[in-house]
Ligand binder design. Structure first.
Ligand code: SAM
Ligand code: DTB
Ligand code: SF4
Length: 315
């Protein structure tokens, strides 16, 4: 059990020492200068019944996202092939559902997972709450990881989402881990939370058993129409602090610099990599929001001397 005091001390140490410690730990557990590229596909867009205040896909807010039902299998296969050609080694399929459906839609998601895994890509899905039997079927189909974020601290959570609880989220994470699927679980900074909320979130993540194999750190992408549409951009150094603390607390995890990269400079991102981030989402779009395009990332990698991480070289 990692204590709250330990997390607080790590998080609040002088930034340069924090980055140095994180980089030292990073080098013990990971390939240096390799960053995994993941590509997102929005396999079912919009009209979600949940009220997550950050999310453009909630049906409750007047946003301008495209709405469409679950994509056909062939379209997802085409997207996964393109992602692979660009050097992505993980393909993440996101669906704007409160919980995983049953019936034909779930069967189609299983086919997508089988197809993506069959291409030699890591397959990740995020589609809301999951029952144990659904998790087991996804595991059988070859799913590498399931993404389900805690988003923020337990105490700040009710300010962000009221339609399901922190406990619900922890239950889904448990079902995923018990089915033998890797847990991808992280959060968002820039929603008006305090340092203490960020510390609580990291404390909860680091004490999950097992620790998550994958930790996405998102910077809020404010979208017009959502309750958070007018929030100011987070200071990038907060993101760096968050990444570094996650790296120290969860040495083996892949820490993913996720939403909000389009508002970060290459230098901001370099600091995040130095702090232990070793994955990004690449492609012009995340689920619905802007992202640097493929060419921007190629140029950034060249500038920093970073290589896309190949699967065979992963620990
Ligand atoms: N509906 C599923 C769920 O909520 O678990 C899956 C998709 S949901 C879009 C996945 C994650 O994306 C959320 O948990 C949240 O952390 C992140 N996210 C959504 N909108 C975001 C935004 N505007 N800025 C940053 N992160 C966001
Ligand atoms: C995660 O933590 N970040 C990714 C992935 N998991 C699904 C999604 C970010 C979505 C940002 C908002 C959008 O593009 O709609
Ligand atoms: Fe729905 Fe997921 Fe968006 Fe929440 S984050 S509104 S559950 S798509």
């Amino acid at each position: 059990m990692i204590s709250l005091e330990t997390v607080t001390q790590i998080y609040h140490q002088p930034l340069l020492s924090l980055i140095f410690e994180a980089q030292s730990i990073h080098r013990q557990h990971h390939q240096v200068d390799a960053v995994q590229m993941c590509t997102l596909s929005n396999i079912k867009s919009g009209r979600c019944p949940e009220d997550c205040k950050y999310c453009p896909q909630s049906a409750r807010y007047p946003t301008e996202v495209e709405n469409y039902p679950l994509l056909p299998l062939e379209e997802v296969i085409t997207q996964a092939n393109e992602a692979k050609q660009h050097g992505a080694t993980r393909f993440c399929m996101g669906a704007a559902w409160r919980n995983a459906p049953d019936g034909e839609e779930f069967d189609r998601v299983l086919q997508m997972v089988e197809a993506v895994a069959g291409m030699g890509l890591e397959a990740c899905v995020t589609m809301g709450m999951l029952r144990p039997d659904q998790a087991q079927r996804l595991a059988k189909a070859g799913l590498t990881a399931y993404n389900h974020n805690l988003d923020t601290s337990e105490s700040f959570y009710p300010e962000i989402i009221t339609t399901r609880t922190y406990r619900d989220r922890l239950d889904t994470i448990k079902h995923v881990a018990e089915a033998g699927i890797q847990v991808c679980c992280g959060g968002i900074v820039g929603m008006g939370e305090t340092d203490s909320d960020r510390i609580d979130l990291l404390h909860t993540l680091a004490n999950l058993t097992p620790q998550p194999e994958s930790v996405p750190i998102n910077a809020l992408s404010p979208v017009a129409g959502t309750p958070f549409g007018d929030l100011e951009a987070i200071n990038p150094l907060v993101l760096v602090r968050m990444v570094a603390t996650a790296r120290i607390l969860m040495p083996k995890a892949v820490v993913r610099l996720s939403a909000g990269r389009d508002r970060l400079t290459v230098s901001d991102q370099a600091l995040c990599f130095l702090a232990g981030a070793n994955s990004i989402f690449s492609s012009e779009k995340l689920l619905t929001t802007a992202n640097p395009d493929w060419q921007d990332d190629v140029e950034m990698f060249e500038k920093l001397g970073v290589k896309p991480k190949e699967l065979s070289l992963q620990p």
